[in-house]
Design a protein around this ligand. Structure first.
Ligand code: GTP
Ligand code: MG
Length: 247
């Protein structure tokens, strides 16, 4: 359970207390100056430090340091509910999906309109190109660790979440999403979607990735239901094969 952290001292105690049984919290401290690392340790989390700033840098450090076969990611600002992790990660645990995403269903006022619109447009473009029926490029997700490493993701900033889905689509992974609740951050300062500047930077990182991406338009073929949709591109490598090839 990888939690990228930049100054989340206010939210961390509640987030860590809510982590369900069977999910070991791994906090990646990304240069916090508010004592987040000490708070995380005091609440039972393993902490690794990533000096390079950036959401992707923090997530990649967690992915490298994790010792589990399956990894989950989640923001540490209290906007997501760790109790939903078992449901989101279950399709990966059971082998039905290679990448499972939580699609945010925001509470009133939790997600500013400009961020929502930008995210929705990117998800629509991804759907158009890859056939993957995602409605959100959300931060709660689960996949096999070695398979993710084998994707060779290069973005270390705000493009990381989108690059993961693009690379997964390209590799023929089965990708699906399930709704998750999304609340206002539990404390601390908003760094991305709370400001036009942060959203602009995230949008710029993601647009650059979409422009340079090689993901082809692939018709969506597999059956899916409202709880969980998946896709397997014909001829694509499975996550396990990809991992074997690279490691
Ligand atoms: N923005 C940012 N977040 C980081 C970084 N390193 C780790 N994080 C963590 O990544 C998670 C997502 O960042 P948030 O600031 O919540 O981004 P957001 O949810 O898009 O926007 P807000 O909640 O409105 O700030 C949080 O747990 C951050 O603490 C970094 O370098 N930049
Ligand atoms: Mg947040």
């Amino acid at each position: 359970m990888i939690l990228p952290v930049l100054d989340e001292a206010e939210a961390l105690p509640g987030v860590l207390a809510a982590i369900p049984e069977g999910f070991a919290p791994l906090v990646v401290d990304n240069g916090s100056s508010d004592g987040s690392a000490a708070i995380a340790r005091a609440h039972g989390a393993r902490v690794v430090t990533e000096p390079q700033r950036g959401f992707g840098a923090a997530c990649f450090a967690g992915l490298s340091a994790a010792g589990t076969e399956i990894v989950c990611f989640m923001d540490a600002d209290g906007s997501l509910d760790p109790a939903e992790l078992p449901r989101v990660s279950e399709p990966v645990q059971s082998g039905r999906l290679d990448l499972a995403l939580g699609a945010r269903r925001p509470a009133r006022g939790a997600w500013p309109l400009h961020a929502r619109v930008a995210n929705r447009l990117i998800a629509l473009e991804l759907h158009r190109r890859s056939g993957i029926p995602v409605s959100d490029i959300g931060p709660m997700r689960a996949a096999r660790r070695l398979s993710l490493l084998a994707l060779g993701l290069g973005d270390r900033a705000f493009g990381w979440p989108l690059e993961m889905v693009l690379a997964a689509a390209d590799a023929g992974w089965r990708v699906g999403e399930q709704p998750v609740t999304y609340r206002r951050r539990a404390g601390g300062t908003s760094k991305v979607s709370g400001s036009i500047r942060g959203t602009w930077r995230a949008g710029a990182d993601m647009s650059r990735l979409l422009r340079s991406s090689s993901v082809r338009t692939v018709p969506f073929t597999s059956s899916h239901d409202s709880a969980c949709c998946d896709r397997q591109a014909a001829g694509g490598r499975s996550g396990e094969d990809a991992a074997d090839a690279a490691l």
